[in-house]
Each structure stands twice: as C-alpha cells, then as structure tokens.
Design a binder for this molecule. Structure first.
Ligand code: GLC
Length: 539
C-alpha cells in the first residue's frame, strides 16, 4: 500500500458510543467495536474515522476535550484503544481519529488554571477580553443556543472567546505554547499508530479584528507546519480538514499539496438532495463547475450524511428555505442552519433514491465516506436533543436493544416503530436479503473498487439535452466510465452516441448483466425514474 492510499479508499464514519457495548453499561466501547470489525470490513471500506474518544464532560459529545492523552471511560482504556487499532490494522482497515484543535472543554486543567490565575502560563492558552466587544465580524455557529462568541467567566473576571458552545473555550493560537501542545498531542497518537486525523473546525484557529475570523493566513501557516512535521516524521498518515466553506475558500487548505491531504466537500452535499427533489441536475452541475481540482496528491472527501445536522450553511437563504420546506416540514427537524435527520428518512425510504445518491457519491471525484447505519437505511429520532437523533444505537438484530447492548437502558433509545424500528431495520435481517440496502452497499463498493477511473480518474461532462439527466465521464488513461443519473421521477430517454469509441464493449457496472458491443449500442438510451448507470467502456 502506498502513501497515497487515501485516494482510492472508502471511509466509514463510526460513532463508538452507538456501535457495540461490550460491558453492558449501555454505551458502545472499543472492546465492542472490535467485535464488529469483521462486519465493517465486509462492507468493503478501507478506513474508519472515529469521533472524539477523549475524556470529556460531553457537552458537545466529546468535541469538548478534557484530556487529549486518554480515553473516555465509557469507551474503555488506552489499552482498549490500542487493541482496537491493532485489530483494525490486522484486517487492513486504517483508523483516523478526530483532532479537536480549535477549542477544549472548560473542564480541561489548562482552562481551570487559566481562569483561576491570570499569572498561570495556561492563562494565555485562551483568548480573553475585558469587554467582550472584539471580533464582532465573526458569525455565531450554534445559533440555536449561543448569543455571542464571548462568555463572561466569573472566576477570571473577564470574557473568553468561543466559536461553539460556551463550554468550549477557543485556544489562543497566537501563543506558541499552544502550537507545542498540539504538536505533542499529534505525535502522541501517531506514535501509537493512528493513520491520521480529521481536524475539527480548522477555519477558526485565529482571530483578527476587522475580519470574519475564518480562513486567516496565520491559520494556514500553522496547519502547514503540522503537515510538514507529518510528512517528515510520519509519511503515509493523513490530515483531513473539516472546513465548512465554499470550494474556493477550501482550496487554500490543500495548499500547494503541502497542507491537508483531504478536505470535506461541504457545499456539494445539500445540492445532491436539492437536485434529487428538483428533478434537475443544475445544482450539482453548478457546484462541480465551481469546484477546483485539488493539487496533486490532494483530494476531496465526499459524504451524504454525517453525525451533525445536514448543514445548509453553504446554500443561499432562498435555497435553505426551500430545503427546509422539502426535507424538514416539521420545525423540530430543523437545527441551527440545518436538518437533524438521517439519509433514509430524508428520501422517504425510497430505494431508487437511496441507490441513486450512493451511486452518485461513489462516482463523484473524491474519497467517499459512509456514515454508520446509512448502509442499512437506519432512521432517526428528531425528538432527541441537539444532534443526538442521528446518533442512536446501531441496529444489529431484532434482539433486545437491537443487539447493541444487554443493558437495561442504553445511552439513547434504539429507533422504534414500524418503518425504521430495529425489528425491521437491522443487519441480521438484511444479511439474508439480497434486495437489502446492506447488499446494495456491498455491491456498489465492490463495483467501485474494481474500476480504477471511478477512484482516481478525472471528470468530464457528457452533455445531455435533458435537464434531469446528469452525466459525466470518469477517465483514467485509456479507461473510461460514463456515469448517468436520471434525477427525474419519470422515465426518460437521451440520445447516447458511443460509436466514436468504436470497437469496444460497454458494461453497466450497476447491472449484473453481460457487456454489449458498442456497435450494437442503441442510439436512444432509456432511463427509469431515478435510474443510475455506470457504463464502463472495455477497450
Ligand atoms: C465539528 C463537529 C461537530 C462539533 C463542532 C465543534 O463541526 O463535526 O460535531 O460540534 O465541530 O467541535
């Protein structure tokens, strides 16, 4: 495996608390997750990203870190973590962990010291103000809960800066000691053998008056130093940016191939849902036309859903309103600037739409990432607080607690009800059903893994006259595949002239039927409602 393994990989986002409880306390843990690694492997994914597993008061589900060098007791011990890492590596699965760089928990001893003693070296680890009036140009992210990015600390008698919950004070990157702390933390986990980091909330590391305090040049300088160190000391490990920004603002996070290996592509995600509901390819075409090609060795990371709300930060206010009306008719479904629902309920459990979205995800340029549970079409629980409704226990079987835990009570209730309840939607049941989402996931991942251009090829539009039919080529050297999607809910046909590629044969990788000679190819190609095709040309 080369240092550029991530370019061909498929990622799986695994929420530990939800995955498998091994000790009966109602919380998933590393020992439990180990038992499920064969399942993860069976999906055909290559790398697991686990959400923060550090000790934390869990005001933001672990994104409020209280100790960067240890494991939350719900999840086990450092030894358990190492065992998990080893068990994953034994199966040729890589593991990427979350690195929360921008802020800490207010419970970490750094902040405790900082607020207690202005003379303490830790005081300057945080960003303080006498007035709380600075940096007024910075937006508030957790709009539903926070009124300001400043909170007053009684003990310190000053305001401290925070971009997220007030229980998450931002670190002061103007202090070189903070850089050193971060470098130590990064080396600690890389020494242990993790394959990289998903760096959380990176646009916000620095603050500067008169700016929106996002994407500042100082931030890039620091991140480049991290990359340089990783290149020198830990080649082959990856650095992934969570920067919820427009493509042109994300581009600098790749640097010239000397910053992040991969960046999440946030704006394309809501547009996939938008195009599907508008039966129009325009939103996807427009954002892809606005998406630069990352420098050599760098890559987008694409996703349909994750552990947060389906964010609508990267759409216009009109589009956001439209998305809310379509996908979040009940106000309870809305959260901050997004939608707190899972993929399958969003599309009304429509198998055709599910397949189309996944075929899109797996054929767009970039490394795809699948959110745990979506591979079996899990539902959500919008009545849980914050974003917890999309973080419910993994549904393994129809047994008690969905086979997730033997506890009397689990950290969150398992999904109930006729359509998405664990008795209906679970791994065990889908294992036996070739028509299930689970089989479809495996089939799609296998088809992708056998097609080099879908993994690493360039993308070129194939122009169709229909506004509902999205079509693009993926091309690598002499290999090419035409990806075709009917976003419409009506059957349609397009003229599809492949004869210039004379001599070859065509095989639809999404159908399990035989290849056809191009010379026999129909000039008019029919697509079913929400039909999708990967037409691979065999030279
Ligand atoms: C990222 C995480 C989100 C968290 C936030 C603050 O956006 O995905 O879950 O709340 O950062 O750390």
């Amino acid at each position: 495996m080369t240092d550029r393994w991530y370019e061909e990989a498929v990622f799986y986002e695994l929420y530990l608390r939800a995955y498998q409880d091994s000790n009966g306390d109602g919380h998933g843990d590393f020992r439990g997750a180990i038992q499920r690694l064969d399942y993860v492997k069976s999906l055909g994914v290559d790398c697991i990203w686990i959400l923060p597993m550090y000790p934390s008061p869990l005001k933001d589900d672990g994104y409020d870190v209280a100790d960067y060098y240890s494991i939350h007791s719900d999840y086990g011990t450092l030894e358990d973590f190492k065992a998990f890492l080893e068990a994953a590596h034994d199966r040729e699965l890589r593991v990427v962990i979350d690195l929360v760089m921008n802020h800490t928990s207010d419970q970490i001893h750094w902040f405790q010291e900082a607020r207690r003693d202005p003379q303490s070296p830790y005081h300057d680890y945080y960003v303080w103000s006498e007035t709380g009036n600075e940096y007024a140009g910075a937006r508030i992210i957790f709009l539903d809960t926070e009124e300001s990015n400043w909170s007053y600390d009684e003990q310190a008698g000053k305001y401290y800066w925070h971009r997220f919950y007030s229980s998450q004070p931002d670190l002061n990157y103007d202090n070189p000691a903070v850089h050193e702390e971060m470098f130590n933390i990064i080396r600690f986990w890389l020494d242990m053998g993790v394959d990289g980091f998903r760096a959380d909330a990176v646009p916000y590391l620095y603050e500067r008056e008169g700016t929106n305090c996002e994407n500042l040049p100082e931030t890039h300088l620091f991140l480049k130093k991290v990359r340089e160190m990783m290149n020198d000391e830990y080649p082959g490990r990856v650095l992934i940016a969570e920067a919820n920004q427009w493509p042109e603002d994300v581009l600098p996070y790749f640097g010239e191939g000397d910053e992040f290996h991969m960046c999440f592509h946030f704006p394309i995600m809501p547009r996939l849902y938008m195009a599907l509901e508008q039966h129009n390819k325009r939103p996807i075409v427009d954002i892809l036309n606005r998406t630069p090609v990352p420098p050599e060795g760098a890559q987008w990371l694409t996703f349909l859903r994750n552990h947060d709300e389906l964010t609508l930060e990267m759409v216009t206010p009109e589009e956001r309103q439209w998305m809310w009306e379509q996908y979040a008719p009940d106000p309870r479904m809305r959260l901050n600037l997004g939608i707190r629902r899972r993929l399958t309920p969003l599309i009304g459990n429509d198998r055709r739409k599910w397949l189309l979205l996944h075929a899109l995800l797996l054929s767009l340029p970039g490394t795809p990432i699948i959110y745990y549970g979506d591979e079996i079409g899990m539902g959500d629980n919008i009545w849980l607080d914050d974003r917890h409704g999309v973080r419910t226990p993994m549904q393994w079987s129809a047994e008690k607690n969905a086979g997730f835990s033997r506890a009397g009570e689990t950290y969150a209730p398992v999904i109930d009800g006729e359509q998405y309840g664990y008795e209906t939607v679970n791994v065990a049941r889908q294992e036996d059903n070739p028509d299930s989402y689970l089989w479809a996931t495996r089939f799609l991942l296998r088809a992708r893994s056998q097609c080099a251009e879908l993994q690493r090829g360039s993308r070129e539009w194939y122009t169709t006259e229909s506004e509902s039919v999205l079509a693009y080529w993926r091309i690598l050297d002499d290999s090419r595949t035409l990806c075709l999607f009917n976003l419409g809910n009506e059957p349609t046909s397009i003229s599809l002239d492949l004869r210039e590629l004379s001599g070859g044969r065509v095989v639809d990788l999404l159908q399990e039927d035989a290849s056809r000679e191009i010379s026999n190819w129909p000039a008019v190609y029919r697509l079913r409602p929400f039909g999708c095709h990967w037409l691979h040309i065999e030279a």
